[in-house]
Design a binder for this molecule. Structure first.
Ligand code: ADP
Length: 412
């Protein structure tokens, strides 16, 4: 008789441990049912409320030969009108014990002939129904039954099963909250993806128009004071639109990365050239802020990587070195070692504390005050996703106030 538990405290402790290890809703329910049929009963059903109706989510039986028969119980939904059974237990919030499943009782609690026949074929005799509770609410009902003709559930058994049901209820609730949170995150990422896509289209058109107008005005013969002012205003608008476009790109990349859709399209190219071009984009900014940049490389370094994404990575590290570098010189290097390209970007700026070194690679995580340094906190997250997709690594050596060195290693 598997339902005679010799060490109840040990069983409850073990059950709690196993239950707290899973956050997957359906897995959790499966574990509960399995735990019950291997330790406390011959047969188990778990019905969980979905709104006002109970849904049958798990069925298990101790005898493997009866597994197919037991699975048929999934076809029968509990009937709210039946007395002394599942809905009744949920309504009262207390266990219901049926010492012996008589024909009369079976007729009362089943809706279909085939349901009765299945229960009889399974040989279910004594039953106990226990409410599953979480945070004071009844979230479902646990049905246990024995196949032993001479065994009858007692009040004491019901108390013990209630204790298991309490642990089960909490873990079901935890799993449910977790899966709801996952859903919400998915919705957020989908929203970001769509919103950033939609924002990109009109912005691209604005940018193109601004560039066109600027070109036309700049080409006119007479540059009056007004025209000069208009050109200046247009330049500012263009810069701000570029900035907005970069931010939208970042958002788009976050949603792409977190929905698991980041794909790399590799092609053969020279990393040395890509780094030189990336640095060139920043030359006007570096010049106007009087920041020196020193690039050392051994020349051409050909490999197969995603050109656009790798440019994004390099540009992100350069712009961070400028942003957090306190105006001090920046060193960049590229070397080949063991069939890998090793790129380092080193600044002598604010640096990063040990406790922040992992966290800054997470989405929207930052280690600086937003008042002092503007940003979304997604750049490093995207960089890591891209480098991971190339089977590479990013290492960080840094000390507060002494600067940061990011080392990107990429297989060729
Ligand atoms: P953002 O710069 O928009 O915050 P990132 O993902 O690029 O986004 O960087 C995340 C955080 O990592 C930054 O907010 C900053 O705290 C830290 N960080 C990144 N690069 C550096 C650096 N070169 N020096 C110091 N801190 C840095």
């Amino acid at each position: 008789m598997p339902y005679v538990v010799t060490n109840k405290i040990a069983f409850v402790a073990e059950a709690s441990k196993i239950l707290s290890s899973s956050l997957d809703y359906s897995v959790t329910l499966g574990i509960i049912a399995k735990l019950i049929v291997t330790n406390v009963a011959d047969f188990c059903i778990i019905d969980i409320f979905d709104g006002r109706k109970l849904k049958r989510l798990a069925v298990d039986v101790s005898d493997p030969a009866k597994q197919n028969l037991a699975q048929r119980m999934f076809e029968f939904v509990p009937n709210p009108k039946n007395k002394d059974a599942i809905y009744d237990t949920a309504k009262h919030g207390k266990p219901t014990i049926i010492k012996k499943a008589t024909r009369e009782w079976l007729e009362k609690v089943t809706t279909f002939q085939v349901e009765r026949e299945t229960i009889e074929a399974l040989g279910l005799n004594s039953h106990v129904f226990v409410p599953l509770k979480s945070r004071g609410q009844i979230i479902g009902v646990l049905t246990l039954a024995s196949m032993d003709k001479d065994f009858f559930y007692t009040e004491e058994d019901a108390i013990f099963i209630e204790e298991i049901a309490d642990r089960a209820g909490t873990s079901v609730d935890k799993a449910r909250l977790y899966s709801e949170a996952q859903e919400a995150l998915k919705t957020r990422d989908e929203f970001l993806l769509i919103a950033s896509h939609e924002l990109k289209t009109p912005l691209t058109s604005i940018l193109l128009n601004l560039q066109g107008i600027l070109k036309k005005i700049s080409n006119t013969q007479t540059h009056t004071k007004e025209i000069k002012e208009v050109i200046k205003m247009l330049e500012t608008s263009k810069q701000q639109s570029f900035r907005m476009s970069r931010l939208i790109n970042d958002l788009l990349n976050v949603s792409v990365a977190s929905t698991g859709r980041l794909k790399v399209e590799k092609e053969r190219f020279d990393m040395n050239q890509l780094i030189e071009e990336s640095i060139a984009q920043y030359l006007p900014q570096l010049k106007s802020h009087n920041i020196k940049i020193d690039y050392i490389s051994e020349g051409k370094l050909i490999g197969r990587w995603d050109r656009i994404r790798m440019e994004q990575v390099i540009v992100n590290f350069i712009s961070n070195a400028i942003k957090y570098g306190r105006g001090n010189p920046i060193k960049i290097s590229l070397v080949e070692k063991n069939k890998q390209a090793i790129i380092t970007i080193e600044d002598q700026g604010i640096g990063i504390a040990d406790g922040d070194k992992e966290m800054i690679f997470d989405q929207f995580k930052r280690a600086v005050s937003p008042k002092e340094y503007k940003g979304l906190g997604v750049g490093l997250y995207i960089c890591r996703q891209i480098v991971d997709a190339h089977k590479g690594t990013i290492d960080l050596v840094s000390e507060p106030d002494r600067g940061s060195k990011f080392i990107i290693t990429l297989p060729l």
